[in-house]
Design a protein around this ligand. Structure first.
Ligand SMILES: Nc1ncnc2c1ncn2[C@@H]1O[C@H](COP(=O)(O)OP(=O)(O)OP(=O)(O)O)[C@@H](O)[C@H]1O
Length: 360
């Protein structure tokens, strides 16, 4: 997968940018506060409809402007395509190959992995951050997962409403509850399967990239125990049992105490929870290895490489690691967009970012 060129208007401090890319490494260098991160954030926003820096999308529109837009041409195994995302009057409008589409038809056209300094929060922050993160990553390789998750969120709202109104004798509650159990079980199986594969790759990549002999594991902790090697029906039974056990409590609290919305993911380095025991440096390396492992999974499912966005490479890695990481991308022919305060000596295109303008 390859991004060919981009045209963007009014994205943060970038007023109007028109660039074409190298199929390998694209370096964006310049001093602090010039617009480097904003540029790769714009690419990410175009591809995913989300920002990796904020949930409040109105922040990304250039000060004193009302709207912004990003137009991207890319190449996948079938040929040249385009994605356009306009943010107008506080609404996003999506276009795929110049045709207006809805979000479901838009996402997943380009697979992207980003690595930004804030990603370390994936280890440090709350379970919901990890759930949101892995939901997005699993959705990238499995569209059914995305659809089931969307369905679950709808059903969960209704289930919670019944619980809040203490209305569980209602026949409709049973119908929704059955659906809730069915979709929950399907999601659990998909999460378990994805994390199992990812954890193996994670350990391998961590050891290789950071020349370490440590044992790194990503552990999936679903809200019910022991789902490994269980069938869909067996998992559904377990969920049913658990939900009956907590039913009284659910009626007191007025919301669901069971379900995939209560799952957790844990990184263990040498059998110790990385959140509590690992150093900042180790955490950076864990997250970087995670991203590299996700590339491997996407390639397996999609038969082509995702694009990779790597923010602030200089502050993240020392010289030795920086070189081995850049070589990794170079050898695999992955298209990568890197920001750095230094003009690194690498093959590919180099762009100077200065005061909201980008020069090749
Ligand atoms: N909506 C906006 N409109 C205009 N400027 C903005 C907007 N949001 C942020 N900025 C400004 O854009 C500038 C560029 O920020 P950016 O994070 O892209 O810099 P950078 O080149 O990546 O620097 P660093 O290396 O420090 O991260 C900053 O000065 C920031 O204050």
């Amino acid at each position: 997968m390859q991004l060919l060129d981009v045209y963007l208007l009014n994205f943060r401090n970038l007023e109007e940018i028109n660039l074409s890319f190298d199929k390998g490494i694209n370096l964006f260098y310049g001093e602090n506060g010039q617009g480097k991160t904003s540029f790769i954030e714009a690419l990410y926003f175009n591809i995913t409809g989300k920002s990796f820096r904020t949930k409040n999308i109105s922040e990304i529109v250039k000060y004193s402007k009302l709207d912004c837009g990003i137009f991207l041409n890319f190449l996948d195994i079938y040929g040249e395509k385009s994605l356009a995302l306009k943010y107008e009057k506080k609404h996003k409008k999506y276009f795929y190959n110049k045709k207006k589409v809805n979000y479901d038809e838009y996402i997943g056209k380009v697979n992207v992995i980003s690595f930004i300094p804030e990603d370390i929060e994936l280890i440090n922050s709350s379970p919901s951050t990890r759930r949101t993160y892995f939901d997005y990553e699993i959705s990238q390789s499995n569209y059914n997962y995305y659809l089931e998750l969307k369905e679950l969120n709808k059903i969960l709202k209704v289930r919670n409403k019944f619980l809040k109104e203490k209305n569980i004798k209602n026949e409709m509650y049973n119908i929704y509850n059955e659906k809730f159990i069915d979709i929950s079980a399907k999601l659990l199986i998909k999460r378990e399967d994805y994390i199992k594969k990812l954890s193996i790759l994670l350990n391998l990549n961590y050891r290789k990239l950071f020349k370490s002999s440590s044992e790194l594991k990503l552990i999936y902790k679903p809200f019910i125990d022991n789902i490994e090697k269980k069938s869909l029906e067996e998992i559904k039974e377990k969920i049913k049992d658990k939900s009956l056990k907590v039913q009284k409590k659910e009626l007191i609290y007025g919301y669901s105490l069971v379900g995939p919305q209560r799952d957790e993911y844990v990184f263990n380095l040498n059998e110790k929870d990385a959140k509590k025991y690992s150093s900042q440096g180790e955490k950076k390396s864990i997250i970087f290895s995670l991203k590299i492992s996700e590339i491997d999974l996407i390639v397996k499912d999609k038969k082509e490489y995702p694009i990779f966005l790597l923010d602030d490479v200089s502050s993240y890695f020392d010289l030795m690691h920086k070189d081995s990481i850049l070589n990794y991308f170079f050898n695999k022919n992955i298209q990568v967009f890197i920001t750095s305060t230094e003009k690194l000596d690498i093959k590919g295109k180099k762009f100077l970012v200065k005061e909201g303008k980008i020069y090749e």
